[in-house]
Design a protein around this ligand. Structure first.
Ligand SMILES: C[S@@+](CC[C@H](N)C(=O)[O-])C[C@H]1O[C@@H](n2cnc3c(N)ncnc32)[C@H](O)[C@@H]1O
Length: 490
């Protein structure tokens, strides 16, 4: 920290600093006389005027007021909602630099959290499509709107003229708004009229449903009052078959409204192939429900991954970036170095997509998953693809993998484990049991390199990391998927 310190900075101060690196969660780092300042809305290479928002013992937090000198990596964001919409935090950063940050994020996690020295991180696999890559978007209804605040405008020719962003103000007026939640504000949505992450019809549907809801004066569900009607709009479009599902999630079942909406929607957006109404009468604000009513089509869409055809219903989990999911699974398959005699355990198997994807290279795959609907989907997907060497088991891994149950002893030991846990990583008891079972090879797929590095550190006495392969599934966000190839030490 040198002779600088928090005493030199206070909340509300405006200072000019150079930004030289990316930090976790899409922030950047600059230094003020050696003191670390985390900056929101900058690009490494920028010189920015920032306003200090918080001062802590060893760092401060600030936001950009104006860009004094733009980084060569700064690009003009394409989306009109960029800035207040937390969805694409890095749209103003050249995609090549985004990939560099993500690669470095994996290196840092394994060095700092995992304690590994110079881990073998292979060059990141980028996404061919950086816009319109999602097959699913979930929008929320709210009575209150978060005002669309413009990001700092950058005049690339004359950066000194760049405008300051206004501060964020919420609009109190009560109406029907449909869009995305701004980070940390669950009572308000940012009205979205065009999102560049899903295909064109998705925007038409979004705008149509909003107009319909306003015209019909439908009520937005309020969790405070536990009353109202509209909750979420979920749009899913298969990238391969183009089938398109519109799922309106509501608090109640009101068939007359759904019938009218379906009739008008099919006329307005003829690309729609199925319309579903999910009814969630619980307080929990989730886009799943107790009942599903199909108003048009079959209530399902199909998506292709490699040679496999998946059936996706309104409640099914499915990877949101189809093309990158194919690449990710191909990496997982490759790094698992599969043999035709192998027994594979696919832990946290979800709807079985990894198990089914690797099934043609091995003798048998056993998937373990705690959500029964996902296990049912996995069985259905296996059947539909005429795959007979995969079986899916329902259960919580931390119970399944303990010695008390007879499950482990009644199943042959795996040659390979493919593990794909949620962001929180594995329960320590699960890691302990994996060490007991000691499969010769492990492929660990993760959407959170920090928890992955923590778990791999626990395995490191017995397992060596051969390679780490980052794959970018979500351009313009700071999220990164990483596959670790581990082998049992002799
Ligand atoms: C990242 S997803 C893996 C998805 C899967 N590979 C797929 O492509 O469908 C993590 C999965 O782990 C499941 N899960 C979470 N905690 C679990 C636990 N304790 N035991 C078993 N499965 C769990 C979740 O339901 C989810 O399906």
């Amino acid at each position: 920290m040198g002779d600088s310190g928090p005493a030199l900075l206070k909340r509300g101060d405006e200072i000019v600093l150079g930004v030289d690196d990316a930090a976790f969660e899409g922030r950047t780092i600059g230094r003020h006389e050696g003191f670390v300042v985390f900056v929101d809305g900058a690009v490494p290479g920028d010189t920015v005027r920032v306003r200090i928002l918080k001062v802590k013992k060893s760092y401060a937090e600030a936001k950009v007021v104006s860009v004094e000198q733009a980084s060569p990596y700064r690009v003009a964001p394409r989306c009109r909602h960029f800035g207040p919409c937390g969805g694409c935090k890095w749209q103003h950063v050249d995609y090549r630099l985004q990939l560099k940050f993500k690669q470095q994020h994996v290196v840092d996690a394994f060095e700092r959290i995992g304690g590994f020295v110079s881990p073998n991180v292979l060059p990141i696999i980028g996404s061919d499509e950086t816009f319109f890559y999602r097959n699913k978007m979930e929008y929320s209804f709210a009575e209150k709107e978060w005002l669309d605040v413009l990001p700092p405008k950058v005049d690339f020719e004359h950066p000194e003229k760049s405008a300051s962003p206004p501060s964020e103000i919420g609009n109190q007026q009560s109406e029907i708004h449909l869009g995305l939640h701004v980070p940390q504000r669950y009572d308000k949505v940012l009205e979205i009229t065009e999102c560049l992450l899903q295909s064109e019809p998705s925007n038409d549907i979004l705008n149509f449903v909003r107009s319909f809801a306003r015209r019909e004066k439908l009520a937005v569900y309020s969790s405070d009052e536990d009353a109202g009607y509209l909750r979420f709009l979920v749009i899913r479009q298969s990238r391969r078959t183009k089938e398109l599902m519109v799922n309106l999630v509501t608090f109640e079942h009101r068939p007359e409204i759904m019938t009218q909406l379906t009739k008008e929607l099919l006329q307005a957006v003829p690309e729609v192939t199925t319309v579903v109404n999910t009814i969630n009468s619980k307080k929990a604000q989730i886009a799943f429900g107790d009942r599903e009513k199909v108003y048009a089509g079959t209530g399902i869409i199909h998506e292709r991954l490699g040679n496999l055809l998946f059936t996706i219903s309104a409640g099914s989990f499915f990877q949101t970036n189809t093309s990158q999911a194919e690449k990710l699974y191909a990496v997982a398959k490759d790094l698992a170095a599969l043999k035709s005699t192998d027994l594979v355990w696919d832990l946290y198997s979800g709807t079985g997509s990894i198990a089914l994807f690797v099934s043609d290279a091995v003798n048998h795959v056993i998937g373990v998953e705690s959500v029964s609907a996902a296990v049912e989907d996995a069985d259905r997907n296996a059947k539909a693809n005429k795959i007979t060497n995969c079986s899916f088991v329902l259960g919580d891994l931390k119970d399944r993998l303990t010695k008390e149950t007879d499950w482990i002893t009644s199943h042959p030991k795996p040659d390979v484990m493919i593990i794909d846990p949620p962001r929180s990583g594995m329960h320590p008891r699960v890691v302990k049991e994996i060490l007991e079972i000691a499969p010769p090879r492990i492929t660990y797929v993760s959407c959170n390199p920090a928890t992955q590095a923590r778990d791999v550190k626990m395995l490191a006495d017995r397992y060596e990391i051969l390679a780490l392969q980052p794959v970018d599934m979500f351009p313009h966000t700071y999220h990164i998927e990483n596959v670790a190839q581990l082998v049992l030490r002799p």
